[in-house]
Design a protein around this ligand. Structure first.
Ligand code: AMP
Ligand code: ZN
Length: 394
C-alpha cells in the first residue's frame, strides 16, 4: 500500500517494523465538548486505514488518548459545578456514543493524560538530566535549539511563522512547556519537579511509548496538529530515544464550514449528533469518505442531500448484487471494478475514487447496463461494508 508521509512529503510504500503487525497512535479529542463532524472525519479516515490494513492481513494495534488535562476543561467544569474528571468522563462517554453511531471500531487501548502524570514527570526529568530541558521558575521548558531544532515535519522557518509567542523565562522563542507550574487545584499534581500540570506534547509521547514501544509505525492526526503538536512530540521522543517517533506521519485535511476550519473553540461547529437528527449515520459516513482524506471538505446540507441519493443507490446495488447468492464466479467486468476499487484504496486510501467506482457499479447493476454480467459483484459491496465501514441497509 502507498501512504503519503508528511515527513517526506511523498507517497511511500507502507512497510511496518514487524511483519504482519501495525502499531499506530492517533491523537484523541480534548474532552470538554461534543464532537463535531471534523472530529468524525478524522476518526473515520483512520478507521478506514485500520480496516483496510486488517483486510490485507495485518494485526492492527492502536492506541488513542483522551486529553483530559486542559484549561478549557477546568473552565467548563467550574461553570457547570463539576470536577474536571466528571466533565471529562461525561464527554468521553458522548465521544463513544457518536463514534459507535458512525461505526468507528474501538481502539485496542484508550489512555487518559491524567493517568500518565508519573510517566510525564519521568520523561521531563530525563530531559532535564540530558540538559535538553530547563527550569524557569516552576515551569520546565524543552530547549528546541539544544535538541537540534525543528525539522522532523516542518522546518524552523515554517515554525517561526506559526508561533510568534515569546514569553518571559524562555531561552528560545520556540521552546515549549513540558511541565507547567501551578494550575487549578483539581488539575495540578505534586511531583518531584514541583506542583503543576503537564504540557500537551509530552502527554502523547508518554502514552504512545508506554503502550506501543519507542517507534510507532503510524502516527495519525488532523493537519492542524502537524505544528506545533506533532513536531514538538517528535522532538521530545527523539531526544529520549535517539530514534524517530514514527515511521509514517499521516494527517487528514479539515472539514470546513463556509471555508473556515470547523473548531470547538471558534464555535462554527456542526455537531455529529445534530447532523444525525436530519440524516442517517451511514449517509454522513459516506459523505465524509467521498473525498480522499488529504482534500478539504466544505460541509453543506445540499451536499448531504445529494449523498443520500448516492447512498440509496449503493443500497439498491448491494441488494441486486446479493440476490443471486454467491458461487457464480467473478465476471470480467466485476474484476475491473474490484481492481479499481481496491486499487484506489491501495493508493493512499483514495476513498473518494473508491466510492465513485461503487456509485458507477450501482447505477449499472440496477438497470443502467442491462447487458453486462455482474457475477461476483457482492464482494465489492462486502468491502464497502467491511473496509469503508458503510453499512448498506434500507
Ligand atoms: P481536538 O479535540 O480539537 O484536539 O481534535 C481531535 C482531533 O480532531 C485532532 O486530530 C484534530 O486534528 C481533529 N480535528 C479537529 N477539528 C477538525 C476539523 N474541522 N476537520 C478535521 N479534523 C479535525
Ligand atoms: Zn497527540
Amino acid at each position: 500500500m502507498l501512504v503519503y508521509n508528511t515527513k517526506t512529503r511523498t507517497k511511500e510504500e507502507f512497510i511496518p517494523q514487524r511483519s504482519g503487525e501495525v502499531r499506530a497512535y492517533i491523537c484523541g479529542p480534548t474532552v470538554y465538548d461534543y464532537c463535531h463532524i471534523g472530529h468524525a472525519r478524522t476518526y473515520i479516515n483512520f478507521d478506514v486505514l485500520r480496516r483496510y490494513l486488517e483486510a490485507t492481513g495485518y494485526d492492527f494495534i492502536h492506541v488513542q488518548n483522551f486529553t483530559d488535562v486542559d484549561d478549557k476543561i477546568t473552565k467548563r467544569a467550574a461553570e457547570r459545578g463539576m470536577t474536571p474528571i466528571q466533565l471529562s468522563d461525561e464527554f468521553i462517554e458522548e465521544y463513544f456514543r457518536d463514534m459507535d453511531a458512525l461505526n468507528v471500531k474501538r481502539a485496542s487501548r484508550y489512555t487518559r493524560a491524567s493517568d500518565y502524570i508519573g510517566k510525564i514527570v519521568e520523561i521531563t526529568e530525563r530531559l532535564m538530566a540530558k540538559g535538553i530541558a530547563y527550569r524557569s521558575g516552576g515551569t520546565v521548558y524543552f530547549d528546541v535549539e539544544g535538541a537540534g531544532g525543528f525539522g522532523e515535519l516542518v522546518s524552523g522557518i515554517e515554525g517561526a511563522v506559526t508561533d510568534p509567542i515569546m514569553s518571559l523565562g524562555k531561552r528560545g522563542p520556540f521552546d515549549f512547556v513540558l511541565w507547567r507550574e501551578g494550575g487549578a487545584a483539581e488539575q495540578s499534581w505534586d511531583s518531584r519537579i514541583g506542583r503543576g500540570r503537564p504540557g500537551w506534547h509530552t502527554e502523547c509521547v508518554a502514552m504512545a511509548m508506554d503502550s506501543l514501544g519507542e517507534v510507532l509505525d503510524i502516527h495519525w492526526g488532523g493537519m492542524d496538529l502537524i505544528y506545533p503538536h506533532h513536531e514538538c512530540s517528535a522532538l521530545v521522543a527523539r531526544a529520549i530515544t535517539g530514534k524517530p517517533f514514527a515511521r509514517y506521519w499521516m494527517h487528514n485535511n479539515f472539514v470546513t464550514l463556509s471555508g473556515e476550519k470547523m473548531s470547538k473553540s471558534a464555535g462554527n461547529t456542526a455537531y455529529i449528533r445534530d447532523v444525525l437528527e436530519g440524516f442517517r449515520a451511514e449517509v454522513l459516513r459516506t459523505y465524509l469518505l467521498s473525498k480522499g482524506y488529504r482534500e478539504r471538505i466544505d460541509y453543506s446540507e445540499a451536499g448531504m442531500e445529494r449523498m443520500e441519493k448516492t447512498y440509496d443507490l449503493m443500497v439498491e446495488g448491494a441488494a441486486e448484487a446479493r440476490k443471486g447468492g454467491g458461487g457464480a464466479g467473478v465476471s470480467s467486468c466485476i474484476k475491473e471494478y474490484a481492481d479499481a476499487f481496491f486499487g484506489a484504496l491501495d493508493d493512499d486510501l483514495e476513498t473518494g475514487q473508491a466510492l465513485a467506482v461503487v456509485e458507477r457499479l450501482s447505477w449499472e447493476i440496477t438497470g443502467g447496463a442491462p447487458d453486462k454480467d455482474f457475477a461476483g459483484a457482492s464482494r465489492i459491496y462486502d468491502a464497502v461494508e467491511g473496509v469503508l465501514g458503510i453499512r448498506l441497509r434500507r
